[in-house]
Ligand binder design. Structure first.
Ligand code: ADP
Length: 364
């Protein structure tokens, strides 16, 4: 009943600052911060701290230090990404809506045959928007977003990682609906034969055990519907590095390709909208051709470099020039920058992704 519903402490969201891609923040400890705050904030911060402590204390079999670490460093707050922030990728967006967003928002419709997937993999070249998509999914499905990079789990938290994995899943259930986003999943669930050491084998096993428990819990009866709403969403640039058994657990495997014509167009337009420029329709056309085989992050890098053009040519005079005297960015700036900013994925590299997508990707 409603009395048993896991409370999602809204107040938590005010405490930590937005996490970086690694899901790691250097959020200052609340108590150390009090001197600069008025009494009202101080009170509410204390109650946030209390909420957190209560939450942690109420969780059995979970290491409190690990749980605290998860809440402070892995749960992402603020700095939301929405569907509209991501150019193109309609197939991926639709697939994510069907697999995650709709089931999370309407659990009543998604039972039986429509039971939602417990795992979804986003794979493709780097810089194509996989992380952005994961963040948008969390925003649009109103979920708690746990973001962890697998390499930081296996290095940064060495020795503590198993506890952390356990705490991660317990908290995700408790704060459901939840998305557990694991970047670089290949380094967590890599194939066994690649000189795997003892500690990463243990972390991997713990992750797989916790993940299956999720499925079992969801199948159980009186667990409450919120338990159904925990999903492992993972991203990788090296899908062929994932262990075969682990791969099968990702029921959906969505290829995130390099941006096509329309996607590049939309992204370039979005980037230019913040800038004074003289790019005409015809120039835009040329830019779209110029950025063939660029990833989303390559395009962002190119636009940033091109935007420096008008400043670069001023040299030291820049310091004496008023803002409205700076000339607008033009096509030539982009053409110059293309000499330095090159696509980060080779044609050969791209073929490998396409091969893998053909073999193991979900169609549609
Ligand atoms: P990935 O996780 O696939 O490596 P990210 O999601 O971290 O890539 O994207 C890196 C950066 O590239 C983003 O912060 C954004 O600036 C840009 N970018 C990539 N794809 C897109 C896209 N489809 N729309 C808008 N920006 C994008």
């Amino acid at each position: 009943g409603p009395g048993k519903a896991p409370q999602k402490p809204q107040s938590l969201s005010r405490k930590t600052s937005p996490a970086t891609k690694e899901g790691v923040t250097n959020a200052p400890k609340v108590l150390a911060d009090n001197s600069t705050k008025d009494t009202e904030t101080l009170d509410s911060d204390n109650s946030i701290e209390d909420d957190e402590d209560k939450l942690i204390a109420s969780m059995r079999g979970v290491d409190p230090v690990a749980a605290k670490q998860i809440l402070n460093e892995i749960v992402v707050h603020g700095d939301e990404v929405h569907w509209d922030d991501i150019a193109g990728l309609d197939a991926a967006k639709n697939s994510l809506k069907e697999t995650v967003v709709y089931p999370f928002l309407r659990p009543d419709l998604f039972s039986g045959l429509r039971e939602p997937a417990r795992g979804m993999l986003l794979f493709g070249p780097p810089g194509t928007g996989k992380t952005m998509l994961a963040r948008a999914v969390a925003t649009e499905s109103k979920s708690t977003f746990f973001s962890i990079s697998a390499s930081s789990l296996t290095s940064k938290y060495l020795g503590e990682s198993e506890k952390l994995v356990r705490a991660l899943f317990q908290l995700a259930k408790r704060l459901a609906p939840s998305i557990i986003f694991v970047d670089e999943i290949d380094s967590l669930l890599g194939s066994r034969n690649e000189g795997e050491n003892e500690s990463s084998r243990r972390i991997k096993n713990e992750f797989l055990v916790q993940w299956s428990d999720l499925t079992k819990a969801a199948a159980g009866r009186d667990q409450g519907e919120d338990l159904q709403r925990v999903l492992v969403l993972a991203a990788t640039n090296l899908p062929w590095g994932i262990d075969e058994a682990a791969r099968r657990r990702f029921v959906r495997r969505q290829y995130i390709p390099l941006p096509e014509y329309d996607t590049r167009k939309a992204q370039i337009q979005k980037l230019l909208s913040h800038q004074k420029h003289t790019i005409s329709e015809k120039d835009l056309e040329e830019l779209i051709q110029l950025t063939d085989s660029f990833s989303g992050s390559d395009i962002t890098a190119l636009a940033k470099d091109a935007a420096m053009g008008p400043l670069r040519e001023l040299g030291d005079k820049l310091l004496l020039t008023s803002k409205n005297e700076i000339r607008p960015v033009c096509l030539k700036d982009f053409i110059n920058s293309v000499n330095y900013i090159r696509p980060s994925v080779s044609k050969q590299g791209l073929r490998e992704f396409e091969e893998w997508a053909k073999l193991y990707g979900s169609s549609g």
